[in-house]
Design a protein around this ligand. Structure first.
Ligand code: SF4
Length: 398
């Protein structure tokens, strides 16, 4: 049955509440859902209903296409001057012995390790420390680009940028232009957490404010550049706070059109200062993806990190608005595993990712960071004997 026919079934259901029918009709007509309707979806929308609506939008925007990329992470340090209550990753500076602090050379060595690999993106994000400042990062980005010009550098969040620009006494606009000139290609979506001030003050008090997070993205996007946006959910926030978060993103996107993907991040409670807060269920994860897809009508993509939510839930999410399950990772990130994610050594070969997507009845596409198609895997047959499929190699300057 076509996705639109499924909405018709909802509209003809005598047992569905009139206010939910009205939202279903709006979705069918391509109209925007209001703030109050967003809260209503969280309060009253059952999983099946939300899935029908989200899947209709997903298929209207992206058909069956499901994206992934070939990437690796560099996490410069897990020490941090901040002390976010939900963070399982960072060790405060006083616990320096438990942490790592990569030098410039160590980070460039990680990049060199991938010289013969057909990766398209390096994702750089970690804790905040004084030695990682504007001169350090501009040098790092330009060195990576000098070594491998076509490797897309997706790096740092407004949390780091606010800190290093303040230290360097430069405004956001000057700072982001400097980063662009140094080789930064795009910004990941982290550090957004939850925008409501009362909740943010309780879980991430000292780092950049919501307004600063949004302003730094806006300055970056005004340069014609792209970024992503996350939302940390399932902790002490209420439904209205999630809708408020998405509303602020939707408004900025109306102005700039610079966001590519919305990435809901599930709060995990292992080894952090909020371990007493229970985690939400997988049902709530799927409801949340679906409502994100319905609410953010001006975002092209909704992404689920398979390494964070498990392979099975990632497959399920493809029916609840998600069209991107992130990358191969190659076990280069500790952010998910240290927070208690099911995947303790996240790495999947391209073949595994493709099979995962096909098993869910979707059409696998390897993308680059900007959603250009690298390889369409719908009809692709992997040679049995070869350990790796043949890809084009990115140019390397030695
Ligand atoms: S969430 Fe980020 S800014 Fe906050 S303590 Fe952890 S690493 Fe530092």
């Amino acid at each position: 049955m076509a996705a639109s026919d499924k909405i018709q079934v909802l509209l003809n259901d005598p047992n569905l509440a009139p206010e939910l029918k009205s939202i279903a009709q709006k979705v069918l007509d391509g109209q925007r859902v209001t703030f109050d309707e967003g809260v209503l979806l969280y309060e009253k929308g059952e999983l099946g209903y939300l899935g029908v609506l989200a899947n209709f939008i997903r298929e209207r925007k992206n058909g069956d296409k499901t994206y992934f990329n070939r990437n690796f992470h560099i996490e410069p340090t897990n020490l941090c001057v901040y002390d976010c209550k939900f963070c399982s990753y960072s060790r405060l500076i006083k616990q320096r012995a438990d942490g790592w602090e990569y030098s410039m050379e160590e980070m460039l060595n990680i990049v060199r390790k991938y010289d013969d690999e057909p990766v398209t993106e390096v994702h750089i994000v970690g804790g905040v420390l004084p030695q990682y400042d504007v001169p350090f990062y501009t040098k790092l980005f330009s060195s990576i680009k000098a070594h491998r010009p076509d490797l897309h550098v997706k790096a740092l969040t407004p949390v780091e940028y606010h800190y290093i620009f303040k230290k360097a006494k430069i405004d956001y606009s000057t700072g982001m232009a400097l980063m662009k000139d140094s080789g930064l290609d795009s910004m990941p979506g982290g550090g957004a957490e939850i925008f409501d001030k009362e909740i943010r003050d309780q879980i991430a008090k000292d780092k950049c404010t919501s307004e600063q997070w949004l302003e730094i993205h806006e300055e970056w996007q005004k340069l014609g550049m792209r970024s992503n946006a996350t939302m940390l959910y399932g902790h002490i926030e209420q439904f209205k706070h999630r809708v408020d978060h998405m509303e602020r993103l939707r408004q900025l996107q109306d102005r700039t059109g610079g966001f590519q993907a919305f990435i809901p991040l599930k709060f995990r409670n292992k080894d952090n200062q909020m371990s007493n807060v229970p985690e939400v269920s997988v049902i709530e994860d799927l409801r949340n993806y679906a409502i994100g897809r319905i609410y953010l009508d001006n975002f092209d993509h909704v992404k689920a990190y398979w390494a964070m939510i498990s392979r099975t839930t990632a497959q399920l999410s493809l029916n609840f608005g998600v069209d991107d399950i992130d990358g191969t990772l190659d076990d280069t990130t500790k952010i998910y595993s240290m927070a208690g994610a099911e995947e303790q050594h996240p790495a999947m070969s391209t073949k595994e990712l493709v099979e995962l997507i096909k098993q869910a009845g979707r059409h696998p596409i390897e993308r680059d960071t900007l959603y250009n198609v690298v390889t369409d895997y719908n009809e692709f047959v992997f040679p049995d004997a070869a350990p790796k499929p043949h890809f084009y190699k990115l140019p390397v300057v030695n």
